[in-house]
Design a protein around this ligand. Sequence first.
Ligand code: NAD
Ligand code: UDP
Length: 312
Amino acid sequence: MRILVTGGAGFLGSHLIDRLMAQGHEVVCLDNFYTGTKRNILKWLDNPYFELIRHDITEPIRLEVDQIYHLACPASPIHYQYNPVKTIKTNVIGTMNMLGLAKRVKARFFLASTSEVYGDPDVHPQTEDYRGNVNCIGIRSCYDEGKRVAETLSFDYHRQNGVDIRVVRIFNTYGPRMLENDGRVVSNFIAQALRNQPLTVYGDGSQTRSFCYVSDLVEGFIRLMNSDKIGPMNLGNPGEYTILELAEKIQNMINPGAEIIFKPLPEDDPKQRQPDITRAKTWLGWEPTVPLDQGLELTVKDFRDRIEGNQK
Ligand code: NAD
Ligand code: UDP
């Protein structure tokens, strides 16, 4: 198949491309390199079955493809809040352009949505039928309301135009190739501990998150895309940790002497988050297989290579 991956030079997109190329597909990677980098896809650049297009999805594009994995959108709060209006355009106009493409060429369309559609949830763990608690005028709204509209657009294109859609709601995912300055918690703590800087816990660190290793997530993507279910479907690892527990884990793993300091909690920061993955288990037989300690070891190795490599 010829498969388009938007945001393919980013963290999740590049891991997905590795799997699709290994399966023998032709892959078209479309990215504007806002948070993505050529380094992530370097090994495919000379492969005749791989094509890289520098393009911003807020502009339309014509391509012939069989499937579209739509991942283009900055995912870390510091990056999506840097230019919030652009984040909304990417989620709304960009998603509309990609759905328009799917409609025209009759491609199956996969939307990378997010657990952020549940906002600061008052149902725990979160099931797909929970409708969320989202602030529509806060600093996270460009992202979480943007993704909610992206889901709405997907279901409307499906009902109105018969576009074949798949929608996943991704919970916090980590792994090699996250940017060192990404601003997300796992990458921040690892980079800080390796550089002998204090680990910055926001608030008192009692807020929780559930961390999924990237290879587990990508397996779920491919299974849903090739199933007959449209979703929405939660994908994530139900193991839930406080942010302070995560900081201590990474501190012990890398640098027991590293300091942990406390910084103000950002506005609208969700207090707890854990996916209910019953749907993924029953529909796809999917569940995560990589425990947090093992996934962190693999991630630390990648960061160590990059950070210590850069210092030479
Ligand atoms: P990332 O920032 O590493 O990747 C996003 C990619 O999209 C980058 O390569 C970036 O350059 C590209 N991009 C951004 N705006 C674009 C535009 N207008 N046109 C073309 N390309 C554009 O983030 P990621 O972690 O790989 O996330 C990928 C997708 O998964 C995003 O849609 C994100 O919302 C979703 N998601 C990720 C997580 C997570 O924990 N990683 C959680 C929930 C949802
Ligand atoms: N966080 C933290 N220190 C950091 C970065 C993030 O304590 O250096 C906290 C953040 O406030 C949030 C959690 O870690 O409670 C997860 O943050 P991230 O940005 O990774 O993801 P999201 O908030 O989008 O789930």
